[in-house]
Write a protein that binds this ligand. Sequence first.
Ligand SMILES: *[C@@H]1O[C@H](CO)[C@@H](O)[C@H](O)[C@H]1NC(C)=O
Ligand SMILES: *[C@@H]1O[C@H](CO)[C@@H](O)[C@H](O)[C@H]1NC(C)=O
Ligand SMILES: *[C@@H]1O[C@H](CO)[C@@H](O)[C@H](O)[C@H]1NC(C)=O
Ligand SMILES: *[C@@H]1O[C@H](CO)[C@@H](O)[C@H](O)[C@H]1NC(C)=O
Ligand SMILES: *[C@@H]1O[C@H](CO)[C@@H](O)[C@H](O)[C@H]1NC(C)=O
Ligand SMILES: *[C@@H]1O[C@H](CO)[C@@H](O)[C@H](O)[C@H]1NC(C)=O
Length: 448
Amino acid sequence: MIPYLGTLTLLCLLPLGLPYPLIKGRPNDTGSNLFPVNPPSLNVTGLADACNGEGFDAVTLDDQGVMHYFRGDFVWAGFHGPAQRINETWKHLHGPIDAAFRNHNKNKPLEHQRTYIFQGSNVFCYFEGSLLAGFPRPISQEFPGVPGNLDSAVECHSGECKADSAIFFKGDTVYIYSPQEVPPVKQRQWAAVGNCTAAVRWLERYYCFNGINFTRFNPVSGEVLSARPLDTRDYFVRCPGRGHGHNVRQNATLMAIKNRCSGQSFEAFSSDDKGRMYAFRGGWYFRTDDNKDGWHPWPLSHTWRDLHGAVDAAFSWENKMYFIQGSQVVIYLSDQIYIPVLGYPKPLIDELGVTEIDAAFTCPHSSELYVIRDNELRMVDLQQSPRSPARERTISHSQVDSAMCNFNGLFIFQGPLFYHYKDVEELVSSTEPPKPGNIAERFLDCLS
Ligand SMILES: *[C@@H]1O[C@H](CO)[C@@H](O)[C@H](O)[C@H]1NC(C)=O
Ligand SMILES: *[C@@H]1O[C@H](CO)[C@@H](O)[C@H](O)[C@H]1NC(C)=O
Ligand SMILES: *[C@@H]1O[C@H](CO)[C@@H](O)[C@H](O)[C@H]1NC(C)=O
Ligand SMILES: *[C@@H]1O[C@H](CO)[C@@H](O)[C@H](O)[C@H]1NC(C)=O
Ligand SMILES: *[C@@H]1O[C@H](CO)[C@@H](O)[C@H](O)[C@H]1NC(C)=O
Ligand SMILES: *[C@@H]1O[C@H](CO)[C@@H](O)[C@H](O)[C@H]1NC(C)=O
């Protein structure tokens, strides 16, 4: 695997207007010992300093996609800002805590997205700002086989690990908790990772913190994926005078590209066979199917090794993602990570039998690729060899930026707007476009 961290420019990518309020109260959800949730109020800036190099006891996202950094009796919510006392946002909890993670298990709706916080021999469980009934309770009851006095914990998603599971660190021992497997708890020694004082999964990547340093690791093998330990203050927390590229002045063009709500057009939209959906603009992309970790623009090479610059079109077929850039095409295998297919880039004309396109899409479980150029739609059968376009049809759009077809239908993207059709037939039979929708609102959670 590739140590992408070398090019990770997290801080300049974090204009975090957090998409949600910190806490959403739902007082009667959870049993007897709960209070209505107050907004966080205590300003204790200066009482605890996130930037002083001491590191954190635990780091986790909550169910709203907000990152929490715990140290001592304090917690910082979001990627910057003042500390609060832990009990202001996490009821009945007083620091220091040992470990925390946001559970992932869609098959267990009552545990999915719950935040588990560990302290001594007990575990607390929170959802929507409330401590759930029956908590705190002994770790040995909730996670049989997992010891107390943990150092750190992180959830692992099915697909990234063999099954939805949790990884606990204590000293030099790793406990992998996966109740559906036999045995449910496996012990490992991950010498390369070392002892983790905090751990977090963020945007499909796994991080171990050791004091103020962190490394990225593979949650299955324990392999370290970053070239060297990096300083948390340059990536995860915003500290005065620090930060990857803190002195780079952002220009307005780049800011409009990276601001998902700027209304600027996207060059491509595509989903893959794993249901991941992406919007591409100016060499950057957004994940649009899942914003549980917040919204972030990423450079293409963060996910697709060696891919840079604008893409004209993108589509998926048989677990492969195709990118068209000018007269070239590159292909990546869509596994948990994307792996470049050897021998590419290749000329578009050799691969698909076309020379230039504005947009391209496949529909789920179909080998029919549709390419759009000006107001012409052509079909390329991907199973044929050599491939060549057939069936030229005229559509009622002439300046298409991008197109995407999924289980919700067919979307044509133009500037800040999109047009929704049931299927290709409806697109070619329409003499005028339907009423448009706003891309930023529909796909990127922006307010009108
Ligand atoms: C919460 O309280 C409201 C109003 O008292 C009630 O309508 C609702 O059913 C309750 N929800 C739950 C989950 O108990
Ligand atoms: C917190 O207090 C400091 C010092 O009194 C003040 O400068 C700062 O604006 C306050 N922050 C908030 C979020 O109220
Ligand atoms: C949190 O704890 C502090 C000090 O222990 C206490 O003064 C404060 O009232 C508590 N706040 C809440 C909301 O429980
Ligand atoms: C890691 O944990 C082990 C076992 O608790 C301990 O002996 C060792 O000193 C720790 N290593 C560091 C670098 O703290
Ligand atoms: C953090 O990493 C730097 C170099 O990458 C190293 O010099 C330092 O000792 C590390 N600190 C800790 C607490 O591991
Ligand atoms: C501003 O950013 C755009 C997009 O990355 C880039 O093409 C352009 O060269 C930048 N302009 C300056 C003055 O840095």
